[in-house]
Ligand binder design. Sequence first.
Ligand code: GLC
Length: 817
Amino acid sequence: MLTSEAISPDKVKIEKKVEAYSIGKVVSVENKGNLVVVQGENGKMALSKISKGIVRVKLFIGEHPTDSLDMKTTVAVVKHDSEQPDGASIKETDTVFIWDTVDVKVEITKENSSIRFLDVNEQMVAENVSLHWDVNKAVTGVFQTSLNAHYYGLGEKTGFLDKRGERYEMWNSDVFAPHVPEIEALYQSIPFVIVHDQTSPYGIFLDNPGRSFFDMRSQADAMTVRTETGAFDYYYIAGPKLKDVVSQYTTLTGRMSLPPHWAIGYHQSRYSYMNQDEVLELARTFREKGIPCDVIYLDIHYMDGYRVFTFDPVRFPKPKEMMAELKEMGIRVVPIVDPGVKVDGNYTIYQQGTNGNYFCKKQDGVPFMGPVWPGISAFPDFTEDEVSEWWGDLHRFYTEMGIEGIWNDMNEPAVFNESKTMDVDTMHGNNGNPVTHGEIHNLYGLLMSKATAEGLKRHLDGHRPFVLTRAGYAGIQRYAAVWTGDNRSFWEHMAMAMPMVLNLGLSGIPFSGPDIGGFAHHTSGELLARWTQMGALFPYCRNHSELSSIRQEPWQFGPEVEKICKDYIELRYKWLPFLYSLFRESAENGLPIMRPLILEYPEDPNVFNLCDQFLLGDSVIVAPVYRPNTDHRAVYLPEGTWYNYWTGEKYEGKNHILANAPLHTMPLYVKAGAIMPNTESVPSTMSESPENLQLTVYCSGSANGVFELYEDDGLTLAYEQGVFNLFDLSMKETEGQLNLEIKTKKHGYESNRKHWTIQFKHLPIKDYRIEDFAAVSNKEALNHTDSGWYYEKETGELTLKIEQPKKELVRVNVRSV
Ligand code: GLC
């Protein structure tokens, strides 16, 4: 605890004025291969066009021969090739050089080397007014914005959605507590910000995995980006839409590969389930209570003295048999693997690491060692391909037991010393280009997860791996899902999870979520119920809690809370076809699954900082209750017609409404025009998938909407070879009519799905018929036919049953009678 002494006048550092240097005037601008090199008085900038809308700017301080400019990127960047666009030319006026890259125009001011990025209409979108540095070559880039600018992205940060007025540090940190608004760095560092100003939104990605800072506070109308070490290497990412910025950013840093089905089921964890019997008993309880669950996690106590790649022989004497028994119950195991390898001469992994020279070393060549769970440990140098391969292959230990997912923790790396991490002067081999830890600190977790994911893939015989990580850097989405670390069972932390995960999504990381119920401190039944409601609709869904906290499995607080948890976990399983299609969309275009309203309604000022409700895809609003003893809450419904998912009540958007939300109800709204695939709930994704798919179509009389429905085996990589089905669904309403088109874009997978039941909800007029399909006499009759429709006058619901479409185009014409 801190006292007032913390703010004693002696503690205030008086900033010494440091000499600042800048490039100065432009001396020349030349086209050099695929670079545009701007020579200034005191340094150079190399500019390159990466792909549509993306321009890279790399600063070189002092003298650098133009022929040998180092344009290497970090591993974050997958789209390396710079392309000089056809017709690109450099023009000159009295005051500026202009590089026209076709879709982005770059202007460099002769007087001071400032850079402006313009769109095709000659509108200025972004302005890098200065790049300057101090004697230590710590660079500051100033981006002029405006008093109206909003800032999003920046990865995993506390606080609200809009980062205006905030300042953040990028330095992967193990922060057990506190996760409060003034904490500037957490486990993940994603140096990518989206600026949403008066004109088009744009993104700035700083590819520097050392310590950096993003400051939107010191100047109300500017953002400063500062590095401490390494290169000042940034990418300007144009819109014109907010969605384009996110999608383009993931062209640059890569996209999530499609996770296995089971990874998006419900997961149960605890630090720790202590032994084999406890784990099996836990699984049986899920099954007895009929609560869906796909995964149980093994935290550090499964290991022998916290040695990774071992099982404790007393607590877990028969791990392989345990896995087999769990699989019978439809449950997989995901064990934790930390990077710290116990320094123990009798421990094979340590021996291998020492013999192979695989550990990170101080400058004198002695391995860096520091305490973590197993005691003094050494840390693999994942910057070396050989080490990553060794580490990846070690996972055979797990895959041979039937394990297909790994939980990477403590990979900032966390060390129980004064700096809380590896000494910054520790060296990394980096495949022959040695760097200090300080220069690449934020990459350590990503490289560990990369090694893990690639290793699992090598040993899973065509199955998709799942990796969960705590630490990461830009691009981590390619290898792992992210959970947001050691939160607490506070209502405030439940609320904070929304903006945090929303901004992770805007930062290219769609698959993330918090510990449901809270990790540390003690949850209550009410908090668990509310948090499970919300968490059940987050992309990543795991309940996890800490050693000394009160137990928080769904049944720990009596039947009412248990039923609420069960109902919402079941809702997740019912919505899996919908969620899985959103996962696939995200893997294709990088857009988040869970979206802030600003992404879909960027013009609506009501949503600039709205983050206590969110969208799933573009048509479902989730509005959790995140305060105790609360049975109502305000909800904002944007433009359009919306329906209360539970009651069917209709609302016109651009309105705030008061939602009724007793404990068993989390307000949910669906937009007219939505086509939502769903099915019956199953205990686990390992259960036989239901033969019937339900499509719920939300009508209003004048709605239209589209949805891409995706399905595959949910388990293997066969989809990469075209073994999947993809349906383009679209609905359009006109006076007295509704047309639904089902286009089979791809039929490459034989599922056991036999029928689709299409339910048209909220049709505006009474009495309908469907052309070219036979009517049946009652709803029950639909169960006994392959194809037919029934209109229920009392409820106004029209139901159509068809066989699962294969190659043809299915047209459904609904007409009022
Ligand atoms: C860290 C992790 C937490 C885990 C614990 C023990 O605190 O963040 O999730 O349970 O270590 O492994």
